[in-house]
Design a binder for this molecule. Structure first.
Ligand code: GTP
Ligand code: SPV
Ligand code: MN
Length: 630
């Protein structure tokens, strides 16, 4: 198929570049790219079409710049290590903005700026910000190209690392290029590391391996569906298809169009009888999505296949079923804690063709991080590029940054479902909300109703992790695991969930559950072994779905104050080596603590004023009534 006219002159046929979109560049995409180039003044503009030649070219550029270090090809073929600037290691929530026209539409959980004011600030920041650099134009698709739930975006970036990562995390290819050239709608996303290579006097400046700026902005205009990110090269700040588009902008689109964009993993569970169910689960950042997505069941006969590990787009179909796709094409997963015993599927995924960022380097040119192996190497180069020995670890300096990550194609995962990229997606049978809670929240509970399920999602609180700046361990509300990712008022998000529930057939509407792998005993250790053993919980909740559809006729649950919990014996703990009393402790409901939790929930709801749906206030009242009745 010939390249459309509008794309000619913007892209060399050999994949090489040239200065500016040519005279035939008349599409909205080309006009927009030209406008951004006029503002940011890169030395050249190149359209990236995702071919292998492009991948190689970006890798070569990054190796030469010292951004990527090639790993030992015998141990880790096709793989590279990047070390970020030590101040550019995670999402920066304090610099993330939702610039809706009205402040109340961003809501109390988002940083809001008046759009015109923010636009002026951005114009100042981006003016000349790419001077001396190449601007890569990366047209991408979230979701299979042309699929009914899929959307296009274009990221322009002066970071070859971001461009290369986008090739793995999203779909980039000549087909996408053709679509944007044909005038198909796209979300424009501008990214600059904010470190031009020419100063105001026109003098050339030295480049560094990881360019970034002290000043950072991650800005969203939900009404005009635009993204502007400045100053950071790391993860969700810079790979704009991910949190910026697929969650913040997409959640605003989804509100307007009757679908859902969520911070969820997606798996297919097959029972020993061969029946298949699909489970979507929302946990806050670094709370176990990738691990559950790649679960290897310890329960005999059960199978789990991976569909997605971070983001799910879901829409009610014509039959009133909720259909879900994973809009991404790769995993940007947490390295620390990923090992053969915890997540063997991830370890197998990482054998080749991986970009590792901020992990440690071994003396034989391979990677290492805390939790990869039981034994700690005697010598490493740590994530900052400094010599490291176990004594440093003992002194509280981890070899890998706690938010170090791997970037890898989804289809390298041995547990990936054959049809993981089917455009129509899969029907969702169960929705799970989780968090990291040392106390209170039981191992698993089922919501009494869709409304109760929305209440469980709305009231998630979780201990903070290293995925974003902030104090690790501090308990905070993270409703729907979307606190940092909602593109509109969180209370409206709850109302939207209630509404989407109405559009679903009650017979097949997903059952909703809450889980907590992180409850601790008095001695401070986890009560539940987690990881592969989580299959026991997954099996129970799938059986509950079967019971709701009369596939099974036995009883599996009994009511507690906080939800339906497994009847004695219904949760299979055969062969599990639990501490004495651990099972009781995992489900214990401490009424006093829960009533305190209710007070905190009321305070939390009050921050949203009258936008909190009445149904959720009613759920809170019912919870209190159940707690005091018991
Ligand atoms: P993001 O990519 O930040 O959205 O995170 P994620 O939810 O995909 O987190 P991930 O699965 O990478 O888990 C992060 C951390 O949680 C790792 O250190 C894991 O070892 C730990 N973890 C995951 N599952 C379990 C579990 O079942 N039990 C315990 N104790 N830890 C777990
Ligand atoms: C998260 O923080 O939830 C992530 C990593 O998945 S990032 O892409 O940086 O947002
Ligand atoms: Mn995430």
């Amino acid at each position: 198929q010939p390249v459309p006219e509008a794309a000619q002159g913007t892209r060399g046929s050999d994949g090489t570049a040239f200065a500016r979109p040519g005279r035939t560049a008349t599409t909205a995409a080309a006009t927009w790219v030209e406008r951004i180039a006029d503002l940011t003044r890169p030395d050249d503009v190149v359209w990236v079409d995702g071919t292998d030649a492009w991948r190689r070219r970006l890798v070569d550029t990054l190796v030469e710049a010292g951004t990527l270090f090639p790993l030992n090809p015998e141990l880790r073929p096709g793989s590279y290590l990047a070390r970020s600037h030590p101040d550019d290691v995670a999402r920066i929530e304090s610099r993330t903005f939702i610039c809706s026209e009205r402040e109340q539409d961003a809501g109390p959980t988002n940083n809001w700026r008046e759009p015109a004011t923010m636009r002026a600030v951005l114009r100042g920041a981006f003016a000349g910000s790419m001077h001396g650099r190449t601007m890569y134009v990366v047209p991408f698709s979230m979701g299979p190209v042309g699929g009914p739930l899929s959307r296009l975006g274009i990221q322009v970036t002066d970071s070859a690392y971001a461009a290369l990562s986008m090739l793995t995390m999203t779909r980039v290819g000549p087909d996408v290029l053709r679509r944007v050239a044909d005038g198909e709608e796209f979300v424009p996303a501008v990214h600059s590391v904010g470190m031009p290579l020419v100063d105001d006097a026109g003098e050339a400046l030295d480049d560094v391996a990881w360019p970034c700026s002290e000043t950072k902005y991650v800005v969203h205009f939900p009404e005009s569906r635009e993204i502007w990110s400045y100053g950071s090269g790391y993860g969700g700040n810079a790979l704009l298809g991910k949190k910026c588009f697929a969650l913040r902008i997409a959640s605003a689109m989804a509100r307007d169009e009757g679908w859902l964009a969520e911070h969820m993993l997606l798996v297919r569970v097959t029972t020993p009888e061969g029946r298949r169910y699909h489970v979507a689960a929302a946990f806050p950042s670094a709370c176990g999505k990738t691990n559950l997505a790649m679960l290897r069941p310890t329960l005999p006969g059960w199978q789990v296949e991976t569909l997605g590990d971070d983001i799910v787009w879901m829409r009610p179909d014509a039959d009133g079923r909720l259909r879900a796709i994973n809009p991404e094409a790769g995993f940007f997963g947490v390295a620390p804690g990923t090992g053969e015993s915890t997540n063997p599927a991830a370890i197998a995924t990482l054998r080749r063709d991986v970009i590792f960022t901020n992990v440690a380097l071994t003396d034989d040119g391979d990677v290492w991080w805390e939790g990869l192996t039981d034994e700690t190497p005697e010598h490493l180069v740590d994530w900052r590029g400094e010599d490291w020995t176990p004594a440093d670890g003992a002194a509280g300096r981890p070899a890998a940054h706690p938010n170090s990550r791997f970037t890898v194609a989804a289809d390298q995962c041995p547990t990936i479902a054959d049809d993981w990229d089917s455009p129509e997606g899969v029907p969702v049978d169960a929705i799970v909300f989780g968090g990291r809670r040392a106390t209170n929240v039981p191992l698993v509970a089922q919501a009494f109703s869709w409304e109760h399920g929305v209440f469980l999602g709305a009231t998630i609180s979780s201990e903070r992790t290293a995925a974003a700046e902030g104090t690790v361990g501090e308990l905070r509300r993270d409703p729907f695991a979307m606190l940092p990712f909602a593109g509109y008022n969180m209370a409206d998000h709850w109302a939207h969930w209630l509404e989407v529930g109405q559009a679903l057939d009650p017979q097949t509407r997903p059952k909703v559950f809450q889980v907590n792998w992180f409850r601790k005993g008095d001695d401070g250790s986890f009560l539940w072994p987690g990881f592969g053993e989580n299959s026991r919980v997954v099996a129970w909740l799938v059986r509950q779905v079967e019971r709701s559809r009369a596939v099974r006729l036995d009883r599996g649950a009994e009511p507690s104050a906080v939800g339906l919990v497994p009847l004695d014996g219904a949760l299979d703990v055969d062969g599990l080596d639990l501490a004495d009393g651990a099972l009781d402790d995992l489900f214990a409901v401490d009424v006093e603590r829960w009533l305190t939790e209710c007070d905190l929930t009321e305070q939390f709801f009050d921050t949203f004023g009258d936008r909190v749906p009445a149904a959720l206030r009613e759920q809170l009242a019912s919870l209190r009534a159940r707690l005091t009745a018991g």
